[in-house]
Design a protein around this ligand. Structure first.
Ligand SMILES: Cc1cc2nc3c(=O)[nH]c(=O)nc-3n(C[C@H](O)[C@H](O)[C@H](O)COP(=O)(O)OP(=O)(O)OC[C@H]3O[C@@H](n4cnc5c(N)ncnc54)[C@H](O)[C@@H]3O)c2cc1C
Length: 412
């Protein structure tokens, strides 16, 4: 029961890392809590820079053969703009990363299963469902877990926390998680039987007290998300909540949304409050954190998968380069991640302020932003950070002066 690496959590990050490290010849144990992957309303859209990360990890073709679907253009709607004006010049999404036609969509349960199967095929020991009973770190790390009713203890020089927001490895390492205040509610639903939606076009928009995002998944399926004010906590509660949620997509400013509203719910409707979180140092003696366990970005940006794939790439590169018997140095990963998450936190807060605040003042701010941006496209540069990667936007974008410019505020 001694491994090179024990990974707790077999979702996107854990299964991808297990596959990559098993392919590199390491003896990997992957422990996953669930028996089956279910739709819990998580990420199904990978940004162009995240697609590049999947290529670098050697798993892009795998995702495509599992049903990956590329989106190639984007339209932003707003109640201050005429629909024809918005649709006249869709943003081509193939401009953000070399050889990437646009964002890549794949259902989350199938995405996880594909990576888990790849880890198994590469020779990792993959166990599920597993209950993790105890994690011990420090000089001789171990995980005590129960599988098929039998308790085991496994040892490895390194334990990876990849079990999402409620990370037990993070808790065992006493790594503090910082969180900022929730900004808005964000609900998601998979819709099928959507007739007439352009299958390669994504759209976002805000009207009245609702902001929407729609990402076609291939065929007649579209993953939709909707944002609404924190004060409206129970807005879509109840048996007919999914139907009322879809009705909220009917907007004068986005007439094609009628196709979404007429679709059929194909999964659960779950709501989360959106915020950002981060760790100062996502590692400690005997452990490293990846993906949401290390801190997450506001899902308004849709970047959790891209962030997780970058984490997997950086951590796997460090592990592959570390001499046998030596302790890996995760400092470069921690430094890159801190700046990456700072920039994405900034971009997310700006996007949420623009798209997910409601009422007269917010409406006027959006109107003014769209008007000024058509004359000065640099006001939309935070979008480059989201699509092309935070390191590919100029540093001055992530400053209070830029924020004031975008929102039409007096500089502080
Ligand atoms: C509403 C919403 C919409 C989103 N939309 C997008 C999007 O469009 N694009 C995008 O890129 N990101 C999006 N995200 C974020 C994205 O889903 C996550 O950032 C991403 O899934 C993180 O991957 P992960 O591997 O860290 O965690 P997960 O994918 O959550 O995997 C964690 C795994 O660990 C397992 N686990 C948990 N506890 C234990 C335990 N104790 N022992 C063993 N196993 C355990 C779980 O069963 C799970 O399989 C969204 C998030 C939300 C909430």
């Amino acid at each position: 029961m001694t491994y090179d690496l024990i990974i707790v959590g077999g979702g996107i990050g854990g299964s991808a890392l297990a596959a990559v490290m098993a392919r590199a010849g390491r003896n990997v144990l992957l422990l996953e809590k669930s028996e089956h992957y279910e739709d819990r309303v998580r990420g199904e859209w990978i940004a162009p820079w995240g697609v590049t990360e999947t290529r670098r990890l050697g798993i892009y073709d795998l995702l495509m053969s599992a049903g990956g679907h590329h989106i190639t253009d984007h339209v932003t709607y707003d109640e201050s703009l005429a629909p024809a004006e918005c649709e006249a010049a869709p943003l081509p999404l193939g401009i953000f990363a070399a050889d990437v036609p646009g964002p890549l969509c794949l259902g989350h349960p199938r995405h996880c299963q594909t990576l888990y199967d790849a880890a198994l095929a590469a020779g990792a020991t993959c166990l599920r469902p597993v209950i993790v009973d105890a994690i011990s770190l420090g000089a001789r790390p171990s995980v005590t877990y129960t599988h098929n009713g039998v308790q085991h203890i496994a040892h490895a020089p390194l334990i990876v926390g990849a079990e999402g927001r409620q990370s037990e490895v993070r808790a065992a390492a006493s790594i503090p998680l910082h969180q900022d205040k929730p900004h808005h509610w964000f609900a998601g639903l998979l819709v099928e039987n959507v007739k007439g939606w352009n299958p390669t076009r994504q759209a976002i928009g805000t009207e009245d007290n609702f902001g929407f995002l729609a990402f076609p998944q291939g065929g007649d399926r579209v993953r939709v998300y909707g944002g609404y004010a924190l004060e409206e906590k129970g807005r879509f509660n109840g048996e007919d909540g999914a139907r009322r949620f879809l009705e909220a997509f009917r907007m004068s400013c986005a007439p094609d949304n009628a196709a979404l509203a007429a679709g059929t719910p194909a999964g659960p409707l779950f709501s989360y409050f959106n915020n950002d979180s981060w760790t100062d140092e996502p590692f400690a003696e005997g452990c490293v954190l990846i993906g949401d366990a290390a801190g997450w970005n506001d899902p308004i940006n849709g970047l959790g998968l891209s962030i997780t794939y970058r984490d997997v790439r950086m951590v796997s590169d460090i592990l592959k380069e570390t001499q046998a018997g030596a302790a890996p140095d995760f400092t470069p990963y921690a430094e890159e991640r801190a700046e990456r998450m700072r920039r994405l936190r900034f971009a997310g807060r700006l996007q949420a302020t623009l798209d997910m605040e409601f009422g007269e003042a917010a409406r006027e701010r959006r109107r003014s932003y769209h008007e000024r941006k058509s004359a000065d496209p640099t006001l939309g540069m935070h979008g480059v950070a989201i699509m092309a990667g935070p390191e590919n936007a100029p540093a001055e974008i992530f400053t209070e002066a830029h924020r004031a410019r975008v929102l039409g505020l007096q500089p502080a």
